[in-house]
Write a protein that binds this ligand. Structure first.
Ligand SMILES: *Cc1c(COP(=O)(O)O)cnc(C)c1O
Length: 375
């Protein structure tokens, strides 16, 4: 029936047959049903622990009266707001049902079975999915062996060495998930100047807002220099709208035109469009989010230090901790205590757990559970 050797499986593209399905963080409701616990803390999907802003909730309620109509397929109002904020033309923006949707649109726009796609070891799990789903060949670059974050970050020189005339797309996450590793402006800029123009560089900045302004790259400004650059960002993380599903890319108008041809006409929904536009103007929510994340990062790293655990320094809203042994039983014991975190053995990091930064109280609940579990 479900045997991978059955004839139906053989009908799929070879790349799809080889794919391991994306494993989302365990939903809170599922754990609640299984264990009947009174408190469950989910620190597994890099969601915003603040919950949605009140402004977003009332805006979404208001647009519900229009739910019988299709949404604006061009996302005019949101694109106008984004264009103003980012100082680009609306024609450079492509909206997606989450930025993952944009990643998939990019793959369907540029890739065929003859193409190679480069991304790093320990890079975001969606890159192999969108690559192999269209039959293209994933080429994985070893993580960096030196620098500030030895062994876990993207090795841009190694990635450049893998480029050949079949290479069509390079995916770079900055900061990267699940490692939280970060590439500096000079590293990225140097890479882009050396990348041949026939290769599309997708710079995935899902965690952009969490990087301090003095460390962030002004990547949008690079679009005028590199016509092969696509920057993706999302409302799922710092803007607190993961459940709404909305993200976007900024690129040259030519690339946006191509992506727009492949995009489903109504890929972003009524509520998400309105929520995103409202959240973009809500600087108070964003500032509180960033402050909360900084405090939580200190709280967790202090606890790890006290427990003698090391971690990968992270610029995102999560931290990946090294337990020095298989993390699976620790993950399961934490579940029993009502804490959902993310095992990342599927990324090739079996001794690590990725912890999303929560509220102070959620972090404390996790730390107490971890202390008990490690005892
Ligand atoms: C969370 C995340 C995204 C965002 O996904 P959405 O589809 O926008 O929710 C994109 N890239 C990376 C690396 C991520 O971790």
């Amino acid at each position: 029936m479900n045997s991978e050797t059955s004839q139906i499986y053989q009908l799929a593209l070879a790349g799809v047959q080889a794919l391991i399905p994306y494993q989302p963080g365990k939903p809170m409701g599922e754990l609640e049903r299984e264990l009947g616990l009174s408190r469950i803390v989910k620190l597994a999907s890099n969601e915003n622990p603040k919950g949605p802003s009140g402004k977003v909730l009332s805006a979404v309620r208001e647009v519900l009266t229009e739910a019988s109509r299709y949404p604006d397929g061009n996302g005019f109002s949101l694109k106008t707001a984004l264009a103003k904020k980012l100082a680009v033309a609306t024609a450079q923006i492509t909206l997606g049902n989450g930025s993952n949707d944009v990643l998939e649109i990019i793959a369907r726009t540029f890739l065929s079975e003859q193409c190679e796609v480069i991304f790093s070891e320990y890079a975001f799990a969606v890159y192999p999915i969108v690559t192999q789903a269209v039959g293209a060949q994933a080429v994985i670059s070893k993580a960096s062996a030196g620098g500030e974050y030895p062994c876990y970050g993207h090795d841009l020189s190694a990635m450049l060495r893998l480029v050949n005339n079949k290479t069509k797309v390079v995916f770079i996450a900055n900061p990267n998930n699940p490692t939280g590793t970060f590439l500096t402006t000079s590293q990225l800029y140097g890479f882009l100047t050396e990348l041949p123009e026939h290769v599309i560089c997708v710079l995935d900045e899902a965690y952009f807002e969490y990087v301090s302004p003095d460390e962030r790259s002004d990547s949008i400004a690079w679009l005028t220099l590199f016509p092969n650059l696509i920057i993706t960002r999302t409302f799922s993380k710092a803007y607190g709208l993961a459940g709404m599903r909305i993200g976007y890319s900024v690129s040259s108008a030519e690339i946006a035109d191509l992506l727009n041809r492949v995009r489903q006409p109504f890929n972003t929904n009524l509520m998400a469009l309105s929520a995103a536009e409202v959240s973009l103007a809500d600087s108070e929510y964003l500032n509180e989010t960033i402050a909360l994340n900084q405090q939580g990062m200190v709280q967790l790293t202090n606890a790890f230090t006290a427990l003698g655990l090391s971690w990968i320094p992270s610029k995102g809203n999560f931290i990946t901790v090294n337990l020095g042994r298989s993390a699976m039983t620790i993950y399961e014991d934490l579940l029993k205590a009502g804490v959902i975190v993310r095992p990342i053995a599927n990324y090739g990091l079996p001794n690590f757990l990725r912890i999303s930064i929560g509220t102070e109280s959620e972090n404390t609940f996790f730390i107490d559970a971890l202390i008990n579990v490690l005892d």
